[in-house]
Design a protein around this ligand. Structure first.
Ligand code: G6P
Length: 370
């Protein structure tokens, strides 16, 4: 049927709020009787045991979904995983192990992005196996891939991708568990545990959505700045990239993402009272390191907007403002959860600046030209 905004002023806000349902539909769609549905996860058409390397290739937010899942896939399948921007991959003549030993996973909300499609064709022409993760059934990318997973995001109208990102992460995560099982690396117990944790996620995301008025206030305090730095470590680093991308896309504020540990190799020179630093610092094994980076920024009069556990007194004490985000021991779920406050932050900043959130200037929902 026709998609409308319902009670929401913008599609983007509506789609942000649909994310708990995107996760619920993924659980329903890719599992049956508490085990993974290998067919829906694209495993049946692949020869997983042959794989020696994986390249994940995509553009924009879909590329960032690949970055989020990279370490998890490497650990689960015990093979190297490269994540690359499609417009680079397709032209650089990448070295690919032929003979079906390489899997190229392409991710695309629309299934029509020209560079991603060209990368897929390049891979298919070099004896690689291919898997696509798309939100649009029968799209060009789906039709050209050996195997595909259909995302559970539902139609996405807002140009800046939100719920599709969550759908992409879930597909990659569940696909790698299923592929791990196929290889004999992932036990049924591990899958049970992962699925039990996954079932908590929709409510955790819904809880983050309840903090939106706090985020709106923080946005109001910072919406006049000209430039932001987003930093994180581990799976929070790609979320820094995604957070910065969202801010650029819809509010037209310059935002740059850096791995927190890399700050000292350049960007710390930019830090002053005019450039807020958004630091993603969940309760994980990287937190202490990120906090020491925060202290380095403070020592140079930088402003810190933290994203992390608001109960964490130490973290709260080193941040000028703290957006509260839940913690998860699962690095992929942690990344997913940290995404939500940043979507809301960019949404409110853009609205407060009077920008056209759903139709940002110069951008297209799907880029079918080079
Ligand atoms: C455009 C959109 C982005 C999207 C990117 C990749 O730039 O504005 O939101 O992430 O294309 O699109 P795809 O459909 O391939 O995921």
């Amino acid at each position: 049927g026709i998609v409308d905004k319902g009670e929401f002023p913008h599609f983007m806000l509506k789609e942000i709020h649909e994310q708990p349902d995107v996760i619920r539909r993924a659980i329903q769609g890719y599992t049956s009787d508490n085990s993974l549905d290998l067919k829906k996860l694209g495993i049946e058409r692949l020869e997983v045991s042959k794989l020696e390397q994986i390249h994940i290739v995509a553009c924009g937010t879909a590329y960032i979904a690949g970055l989020v899942c990279r370490s998890f896939i490497e650990r689960t399948l015990q093979i190297p995983v490269n994540v690359e921007i499609a417009s680079e991959f397709r032209y650089r003549e990448p070295f690919l192990l032929g003979d079906r030993k390489t899997l190229v996973i392409v991710i695309s909300q629309s299934g029509e992005t020209a560079d991603t499609l060209a990368s897929l064709k390049y891979a298919a022409g070099h004896e690689c196996q291919t898997l696509s993760i798309c939100n649009v059934p029968f799209s060009s990318i789906v039709r050209h891939s050996q195997s595909s997973i259909l995302m559970t995001a539902g139609p996405e109208i807002g140009v800046a991708s939100t719920k599709a990102f969550i759908g992409q992460i879930l597909c990659l995560y569940l696909w790698s568990l299923a592929a791990g099982k196929e290889k004999g690396f992932t036990s049924i117990v591990e899958i049970d545990e992962a699925l039990a944790e996954l079932k908590q996620l929709p409510n955790q995301v819904a809880k983050v959505l309840e903090t939106k008025s706090d985020i709106e206030k923080i946005a109001a305090k910072y919406n006049g700045y000209k430039s932001f730095l987003f930093v994180g470590r581990g799976s929070s680093y790609p979320i820094a990239i995604e957070g910065a991308l969202k801010l650029k896309e819809i509010s037209y504020i310059h935002a740059e993402a850096y791995a927190a540990g890399e700050l000292k190799h350049g960007p710390i020179a930019l830090v002053d009272k005019d450039m807020p630093v958004l630091a993603i610092a969940p309760n994980d094994r990287y937190q202490e390191k990120t906090v020491s980076n925060i202290l380095e920024i403070r020592a140079r009069n930088g402003i810190i907007i933290g994203l992390g556990d608001s109960e964490n007194k130490h973290l709260a004490s080193v941040c000028d403002d703290l957006m509260s985000g839940p913690s998860s021991s699962n690095e992929v779920f942690q990344a997913l959860l940290s995404t939500i406050p940043l979507q809301l932050f960019s949404y409110y900043v853009a609205c407060q600046r009077g920008e056209d959130v759903d139709q940002p200037r110069n951008l297209a929902k799907s880029v079918t030209v080079e």
